[in-house]
Design a protein around this ligand. Structure first.
Ligand code: HEM
Length: 327
């Protein structure tokens, strides 16, 4: 159910659905409505805080969605991306994670939840719920989030470096890395659609502009007009400039990023690579042709699958009191 402008009636309808959904048992000890008894307002609290944050800092929608992805791809969805290390060797200290933002928002949600129900809602679940709520807040479709994850107590920069997929990844690497986590080729193309919101720093794609094969060349698969525009924004060695990944609709969850990829204007090699596989290309073509007829629903389904990766449930793990440190 899309609720792009958060009309009150739509909001109420969503909440109604939240309570009507059957207590279906789902994958790996997770279930929709896990906190219904122990913290009945948990999802409402998350939604309220995210609503407040979005009203003053809408640019946090991208970072908050990305946090859940970076959590799940390293050690599974168990909140390890949020942990601090006194010696700066946690996941968030790894180079690919230096551009992560939104940690304070997660802390703000956690504080609100601890006030309402101390020690009940895990940080890993907060990441999953927040990701859903930013998708909805930017115009995506509501989906039920399975909850019941516990938080892990290990977080290393080494693992983050190994497990996070580089923006230079080709289609073979992408497919393998998703398959390793139980995610299909369809999940790969659908979840890459998350790049419909948010921004990127120049170094994540500047090799395509200045040094594609190590000979000072450009990526021939990148549209030449787009390449020229990107070069204006990103000078060589620019480490700080932010570029909109889906220019013009960077805060709207839509299918425009797929249009860009099809026009050879996907920002990362990993996005452009979606044209190199018949299945991912067919998916892109279909969504473009049909105005994203199934993308919005597909995105929710793939997010739920991603949210199951390596979860800790029941007696495994803990519910952290503070998301940045183990109890
Ligand atoms: C398929 C492999 C993926 C690769 C290689 C990749 C890579 C990247 C890179 C390099 C950035 C820019 C970082 C920066 O320079 O600031 C980025 C941003 C982002 N990614 Fe991905 N990503 C992938 C998949 C995903 C998935 C599955 C999601 C979520 C479902 C996602 C959501 C985002 C969002 C929302 C941003 C914008 C963050 C912001 O605004 O700060 N990405 N991604």
């Amino acid at each position: 159910m899309a609720c792009p402008k958060l009309f009150l009636s739509c909001l109420l309808l969503q909440l109604m659905f939240l309570f009507l959904v059957p207590e279906a048992a789902q994958g790996q000890g997770l279930k929709v409505g896990f906190y219904r008894k122990a913290c009945p307002n948990a999802e409402i609290i998350v939604k309220e805080v995210i609503g407040q944050v979005m009203s003053v800092a809408p640019s946090l929608s991208g970072p908050l969605l990305r946090l859940h992805f970076h959590d799940c791809f390293v050690r599974g969805c168990e909140g390890s991306v949020l942990l601090n290390s006194p010696t700066y060797q946690a996941e968030k200290d790894a180079h690919p994670n230096h551009s992560l933002r939104g940690f304070q928002t997660i802390d703000r949600v956690k504080t609100a939840l601890e006030k309402a129900c101390p020690g009940i809602v895990s940080c890993a679940d907060i990441l999953a719920l927040v990701a859903r709520d930013v998708v909805v807040a930017t115009g995506g479709l509501f989906y039920y989030v399975e909850t019941g994850r516990k938080d892990g107590n290990v977080s290393t920069s080494k693992e983050a470096l190994n497990d996070l997929i580089p923006s230079k990844a080709n289609i073979t690497t992408l497919k393998i890395d998703f398959a390793k986590r139980g995610l299909s080729v369809k999940d790969l193309v659908v979840l890459s659609g998350g790049h419909t919101i948010g921004t990127s720093h120049c170094p994540s794609f500047s090799n395509r502009l200045y040094n594609f094969t190590g000979k000072g060349d450009t990526d021939p698969t990148l549209d030449s007009n787009y390449l020229a525009r990107l070069k204006l924004s990103c000078k060589p060695d620019d480490q700080t400039t932010l570029v909109e990944m889906d220019p013009g609709s960077v805060r709207t969850f839509d299918i425009k990023y797929f249009n860009l990829i099809a026009k050879r204007r996907g920002l990362f090699t990993s996005d452009a690579a979606l044209l190199d596989d018949s299945q991912t290309k067919a998916y892109l073509d279909f969504q473009i042709k049909t105005g994203g007829s199934t993308f919005f629903k597909d995105f929710g389904e793939s997010m739920v699958k991603m949210g199951r990766i390596g979860v800790l449930t029941e007696t495994a793990g803990e519910v952290r009191k503070v998301c940045s440190k183990v109890n």
